[in-house]
Write a protein that binds this ligand. Structure first.
Ligand SMILES: [Zn+2]
Length: 262
């Protein structure tokens, strides 16, 4: 990776009035978390979950919870992989960018909680968070230890609604509160930092196009070319864990030269 490219990316980011990052599976893979799709993917090995997973959950939440408690198949691997996974330098770099008030918001498609562990606070988890539970009626989120599993399915202490894992299932709408935050942040965004995502799953797939549509900047960090590459102002073709810390260092030097952003 040429320093010149990182320099250019740093300049674009600092020129942005409202920088938002969109992250995907690529950043988690660098923490040893197996992706769902593609070579080595959990779904490639175990098969894709049913496309009507949410409808099946609603039809029999008790049975779904019993399977969840037993943790069979890829669910077991997913949870065990997650328990061992730690944030990598890319997660920490994004948390530092937020602390520097350069990065205004982080939208992630990942469910692994690693951005939060690394310290990111302004974050929308489009597909939910594997370590949390959510009421399907009022969208309240809970830590697992807050909810008793004595009677299945567990019920929401606030409204009595059925509790499920916060992770969004196939067939399940993205929770309205998360989607609303994403729309608001993307509508303000004039520079989007795409990390480890090819953004082909909606709704995230629409976000870079929204930014591009109002002549915002797109910066991509990905070891592989994606369908978005031709539309990006800069593509840093490298692992996020290698390039993002260098980008943050570059931005910090520039901030010292020019004073803090805004
Ligand atoms: Zn509720």
């Amino acid at each position: 990776m040429e320093n010149g490219d990182i320099e250019r990316a740093g300049r674009l980011i600092l020129a942005g009035k409202y920088v938002v990052s969109l992250t995907g599976a690529g950043i988690s893979v660098e923490s040893g978390i197996r992706p769902f799709r593609g070579p080595g993917g959990l779904w490639t090995e175990y098969g894709e979950p049913p496309m009507n997973g949410y409808q099946r959950f609603l039809a029999d939440p008790k049975a779904s919870w019993e399977r969840r408690v037993k943790r069979e198949g890829y669910n077991r691997e997913l949870h065990e992989g997650l328990r061992k996974a730690q944030p990598n330098p890319a997660h920490y770099a994004l948390a530092e960018l937020e602390e520097l008030r350069v990065l205004r918001y982080l939208i992630t498609q990942n469910i692994d909680n690693l951005h939060r562990v690394a310290g990111s606070k302004k974050i929308a988890e489009i597909h939910g968070n594997l370590s949390k539970l959510r009421c399907i009626q009022c969208n309240s989120r809970y830590e697992p230890e807050e909810i008793s599993l004595e009677t299945l399915p567990p019920r929401c202490p606030r409204c009595g609604g059925i509790i499920k894992g916060d992770t969004v299932m196939f067939g399940e709408p993205i929770p309205a509160d998360v989607l609303e935050v994403c729309q608001e942040e993307v509508s303000k965004c004039d520079c989007m930092l795409l990390v480890g995502t090819s953004a082909f799953v909606y709704p995230a797939a629409g976000f870079p196009w929204q930014v591009k549509g109002k002549e915002g900047m797109l910066i991509e960090v990905n070891p592989y070319e994606t369908e978005l590459t031709p539309f990006c102002n800069i593509s840093l073709r490298s692992k996020a864990g290698e390039v993002l810390p260098r980008l943050v260092e570059c931005i910090k030097v520039k901030l010292q030269e020019t004073g803090s952003p805004l």
